[in-house]
Design a protein around this ligand. Structure first.
Ligand code: B3K
Ligand code: ZN
Length: 906
């Protein structure tokens, strides 16, 4: 047992809930000021496998910010001697083994600025219950292993709330007196309360009838603000594609007659997979060519897919406790990544399909390295299944989601598509309708793995499971020897992973990981060499590193090879191999694995930028980049055999975050200056070719968000950004022309981002002002307008404070706060890391202001300081003092306190 005053919750302390609650009847009198909730629970004391009833006599329910009206047990009113009420729990004393408990309470939606529980957005009401919002609606056993069948009655004003929705099927609706009406919903599937949802408002609704694979009819509906129905076509198409994909790839069908999505303007994250009633941030629903970019279209399809896929991975099979979050999130991210990859490759011939899939892989790896790798080496480092937390809201992390998906992907790599699918089928066969653990998932996969290798007990996932219990990014050091006499190539891999985060305090003895490493060998001309492995000759082999160090020998290798390592990014690790620049250039020019080819280019570019950054710090000026690098870069730009989307990715510079991680200490200002110098020098050296790429990749005609045209726009706009940085080829004029004549938001935004960086062009400033005037009635476009300015190199804290005073700015809307404040603190290194420390003071001011309104959002912003202790000393001291200021603030939320105190305890 752990210290009583410590608010930390430990995975090892899990106990089953002593009661079952098979049915829940909820009745709401909806009112923004005060909503009445009557909740009737059928409660049964749990009987364990041995037939023993749970010893605890009392029923402990969670509740926050509620007012109690009455309690009845089996029809009898309860008085204060029958229960104990605290500000976080309600305990009913001496309950019989079976009871019907009715609790009536009220909550205050209009006062709820946390956007967790029942809250008001615009004129409408929404709920958000994951992870612990249901307890802000009524007293309940708010934990995912208590699963119930829900019957819900909603009563509200007919005019204000013509649409009153909840999970499952609409069973009845009728008008009542005094301008009220009611609707009744029934969800036939038992679910934990975090999947409960209700929505009340006046919406436009797009409908579509579909047929599931087995021929059942289902009604798909998308609800959004009146006047936005033209912006929901893409979301509906995406939903239909999601249904078909889950049927085709996993044999999983929609299990309801009705599936609804509702768009909310105020929402803490992307979306929520409530059973049959997904609630979405409007940013992941609404799109038309004039207001949404290619990236928006792709994100909408991915998030719609993600939430839809949760219907099986998350809802039908859910988590036993919140430590198992990656059970549903890692798996569902893996599924949405595969969905997007399949959509991108759809209809293409094999080689183009492989390149399209590589584009998606590159995007996912960039996201992983920008967010998860830093997390895994910082104060919040945790395994994908954390051992402890103070506030679960802080653990919806890149580690649980993105690294969680990588862990699932490695199982997919080890088992292959067929074996993985057999494991998934077995998982559903065993656990449909249950709340389970990550171990349960791995054990279903293990079953499939063993079946593939009958009689070989050494093939198992026992070592693999360490990915669930150990944090940190392993480093894999590779050494290669070639012997021309024996024509043998000898490869040794050694892994290490130092303790990180809380591991440092627990003396955890870390053990080797099971790491699948896909490799190939290239000859001096860049040709992929045939490799003999396990009796087969192949182009790529999977080496499985399970021990600290292992060696492999390849025979009949004709000449000294260049290794192509970690193809397709087959594991979330850092590879260390001492490549020469010439070897990297060879890989960049020839590697047939599109991911590894991109990787070689990024490595070459990183070396240049780091060198420039060091020069900038020492001399105040960036040095010149190598001619050999410029040549390699230019060849990719001009290689028409590569699709435009791939070229755009290969020519983009490595991100600030990945470059900072390679420096000790980190120097964000130097990196930012070096990246800008790279852009200028490449723009100057390749001006002619960039202009040609710009012209070759215009996309006339009707807008389509498909990978082909969006890849072209990406390459064209990348070329424009380089030209603008270098001030070549009348780039400013070209940008203004593009801004004024754009027929889609992708091109318009690319131009706006460039114009927002111009310090002495009146035309540019007028364009920025004009953009606001033109789009002020489209909140999602205005978010983009704030973000473009927040990330401009010209933007200082003073300018951001100025933008905060703009009438269109509000801290209460998370999208707006993210567009301006998060973008500045996370994606504007020159502004945020200004040497006077003004960025850090601004950060603390905003964390404290947000903490009063919405602790979950404040705690997210608090993470912007995660890397403080690794920064150059001048920055790190200033950051530390602002962290201390936040940590010692009176009344700070548990959410934010956990983040800043972990940061400071390093
Ligand atoms: N499951 C939700 C996340 C809920 C976050 C609560 N703080 C969205 C998703 O992952 O699909
Ligand atoms: Zn999810």
């Amino acid at each position: 047992m752990h210290n009583e005053t410590d608010t930390t919750i430990h995975r090892q302390d899990y106990q089953p809930y002593p009661f079952r609650i098979p049915t829940v009847r909820l009745s709401f009198e909806l009112n923004a000021d005060q909503t009445w909730v009557s909740c009737t629970l059928e409660v049964q004391r749990r009987v364990d496998e041995l037939g023993e009833t749970a010893a605890t006599a009392d029923l402990v329910l969670d509740g926050e910010e509620l007012s109690l009206i009455s309690i009845h047990v089996n029809g009898l009113v309860q008085t204060s001697k029958n229960y104990v009420l605290t500000d976080r729990t309600l305990t009913l004393l001496n309950l019989p083994d079976e009871a019907e408990v009715t609790i009536v309470s009220t909550c205050r939606p209009i006062k709820n600025t946390t956007l967790s529980g029942l809250y008001v957005s615009g004129e409408s009401m929404f709920t958000q219950c994951e992870a612990q919002g249901f307890r802000r609606i009524c007293w309940f056993a708010d934990r995912p292993d208590v699963m119930s069948e829900y019957w819900v009655t909603l009563r509200g004003d007919r005019k204000l709330y013509p649409n009153m929705l909840s999970n499952g099927n609409l069973i009845h609706q009728q008008d009542l007196s005094e301008g009220l009406h009611e609707s009744q919903w029934h969800d036939p599937f038992a679910k934990p309360c975090y999947l409960f949802a209700l929505v009340a408002g006046n919406f436009a609704c797009r409908e579509h009838m579909t047929k599931t694979a087995s021929g059942r009819d289902a009604l798909l509906q998308i609800y959004s603000d009146q006047g936005t129905i033209n912006q929901t076509a893409w979301a509906m198409e995406s939903l239909e594609r999601s249904l078909r994909w889950d049927e085709d790839r996993f044999g999983l069908e929609l299990d309801l007659d009705r599936f609804m999505i509702v768009a909310a303007r105020d929402f803490n994250m992307g979306a929520m997979e409530n059973k049959g009633l997904n609630i979405f941030n409007a940013a992941y629903v609404l799109a038309d060519p004039n207001t949404a970019t290619d990236a928006n279209y792709q994100a909408i399809e991915a998030v719609i897919g993600h939430e839809y896929f949760h219907n099986w991975t998350g809802n039908r099979v859910t988590c036993r406790d919140w430590f198992q979050l990656s059970l549903k999130e890692g798996l569902t991210v893996f599924r949405d990544q595969e969905f997007t990859a399949d959509m991108m490759a759809h209809g293409l011939p094999a080689n183009e399909a492989a390149s399209a899939r590589a584009n998606k892989r590159i995007d996912d790896v960039i996201a992983l390295r920008n967010a998860q790798f830093p997390e895994d080496s910082g104060p919040m480092a945790h395994p994908i299944r954390p051992e402890s937390y103070q506030e679960i809201g802080n653990f919806y992390t890149a580690t649980v989601y993105e690294k969680g998906a990588e862990v699932i992907r490695m199982m997919h790599t080890l088992l292959g598509e067929k074996g993985f699918r057999a494991g998934m089928d077995e998982y559903f066969r065993r656990h449909d309708g249950q709340a389970v653990t990550c171990d349960d998932f791995v054990s279903a996969m293990q079953w499939a793995y063993e079946r593939q290798h009958p009689g070989n007990p050494e093939i198992n996932l026992e070592v693999f499971k360490r990915w669930y219990s150990q944090a940190g990014t392993p480093r894999v050091h590779v050494m290669m020897d070639y012997n021309a006499n024996t024509r043998q190539c000898h490869l040794t891999m050694t892994q290490r992973c130092a303790p990180v985060g809380v591991e440092k305090q627990t003396n955890l003895q870390k053990l080797p990981f099971h790491i699948p490493v896909l490799i190939g060998l290239l000859d001096a001309n860049g040709k992929n060499m045939p490799l003999k492995h396990n009796g087969q000759t192949v182009g790529t082999v999977m080496l499985e590193l399970l021990q600290e160090s292992q060696s492999w020998t390849f025979d009949d290798i004709e000449s000294a090879p260049t290794p192509s390592l970690l193809r397709d990014f087959s594991a979330p690790v850092i590879i260390e191999y001492d490549y020469t620049d010439a070897q990297l250039a060879l890989l960049l020019a020839h590697d047939r694995n599109a991911f590894a080819r991109w990787e070689a280019g990024q490595e070459l570019a990183s070396r240049q930028i780091i060198r420039l950054a060091k020069a900038w710090r020492e001399t105040g000026r960036c040095s010149s980049i190598d001619a050999v690098f410029i040549q390699a870069w230019k060849s990719i730009l001009q290689d028409a055999s590569l699709d435009a989307g791939y070229r755009a990715r290969a020519l983009a510079l490595p991100s600030d975050k990945t470059l900072e991680a390679r420096m000790s200490p980190m120097d964000p200002l130097a990196i930012a200056h070096a990246r800008q110098a790279m852009r200028i020098q490449l723009g100057q050296a390749c001006a002619h070719e960039l202009l040609a790429a710009y012209k070759d990749n215009v996309t006339p005609g009707a807008y389509s968000p498909a990978p082909g045209p969006s890849g072209k726009r990406a390459l064209k706009n990348l070329a424009l950004a380089y030209l603008l940085a270098a001030q070549k080829q009348d780039a400013l004029l070209l940008t203004l022309m593009q801004f004024n004549h754009a027929t889609n938001m992708t091109d318009r935004m690319a131009a706006l981002a460039g114009l927002a960086q111009q310090s002495d062009s009146e035309d540019a400033s007028e364009a920025v002002v004009g953009f606001f005037e033109q789009w002020q009635h489209e909140p999602l476009v205005i978010d983009k307008w704030f973000a473009a300015q927040a990330t401009s190199v010209l933007t200082t804290v003073e300018r951001v404070r100025g933008l905060m005073a703009h009438p269109a700015f509000t801290l209460r809307n998370p999208n707006r706060a993210r567009a301006l404040i998060f973008q500045f603190c996370i994606n504007n290194p020159t502004g945020f890391h200004a040497e006077d420390g003004s960025g850090y003071i601004f950060w603390a001011d905003q964390v404290l202001a947000l903490d009063e309104i919405n602790p979950e959002i404040a705690a997210r912003l608090a993470r912007a300081m995660d890397q403080w202790s690794r920064m150059i000393p001048t920055a790190s001291k200033l950051m530390q003092s602002q962290l201390q200021r936040v940590a010692s603030h009176q009344g700070i939320s548990r959410n934010t306190l956990e983040i800043v105190s972990k940061a400071l305890s390093l």
